[in-house]
Ligand binder design. Sequence first.
Ligand SMILES: CC(C)(COP(=O)(O)OP(=O)(O)OC[C@H]1O[C@@H](n2cnc3c(N)ncnc32)[C@H](O)[C@@H]1OP(=O)(O)O)[C@@H](O)C(=O)NCCC(=O)NCCS
Length: 185
Amino acid sequence: MSVFDIRLETERLWLRPPQLSDFDGFAGMFGDEEAARHIGGHMPRAAAWRRFLQQPGAWVVQGFGMFSVLDKGTGEWLGQTGPWRPEGWPGNEIGWAFRRSAWGLGYATEATTAAIDWAFEHLGWTSIIHCIAPENAASQRLAQRLGSRQLRQATLPPPFENVVSEVWGQDASEWSIRRLRQQGG
Ligand SMILES: CC(C)(COP(=O)(O)OP(=O)(O)OC[C@H]1O[C@@H](n2cnc3c(N)ncnc32)[C@H](O)[C@@H]1OP(=O)(O)O)[C@@H](O)C(=O)NCCC(=O)NCCS
């Protein structure tokens, strides 16, 4: 089985590694100044193509990467979420980014919960982080909803060395207690 066969299912969503058909949605998100503000800034479609290839590359080379998130009913690409660990990163990140039309509907919480379950189950990680800009209130709130807390500040590796990031996160044990409670265990 290839990593590209991995499928996660939630109530409303499918999660799977990226495919070529996701690119239109991805390029749309990166063409949107507001959506792309905290993920490297907006960019034209041709530049978004190079960025798009990062995640399939991570899946092939590292065996994990961010999942594409799709609406189960329509197949529409809504965003991406999941594990991300570039060299020099301040921890094992679970990151996220959704197109603006998908905001405010709980999709990010639903998809990221499934992605964190997968990461703890399959990657042997004992903790996760989320690197969040101090002014990114939506991501701070999402991190809180997931049970993460602000741990410290960190500088990201070059070329982001001038970006100060809040590091949010939690341990695997905190996550499993939270999930057992949610599942009534
Ligand atoms: C961060 C992001 C994924 C949140 O998506 P979302 O669809 O709003 O998330 P959810 O619907 O699951 O909501 C999560 C929580 O965040 C809250 N929230 C959403 N937008 C908010 C905002 N602008 N300000 C404050 N809280 C916000 C929601 O109300 C919800 O909390 P609640 O249940 O207590 O009400 C989305 O805003 C996004 O993709 N932003 C652009 C990319 C980005 O910045 N990525 C992260 C880099 S660290």
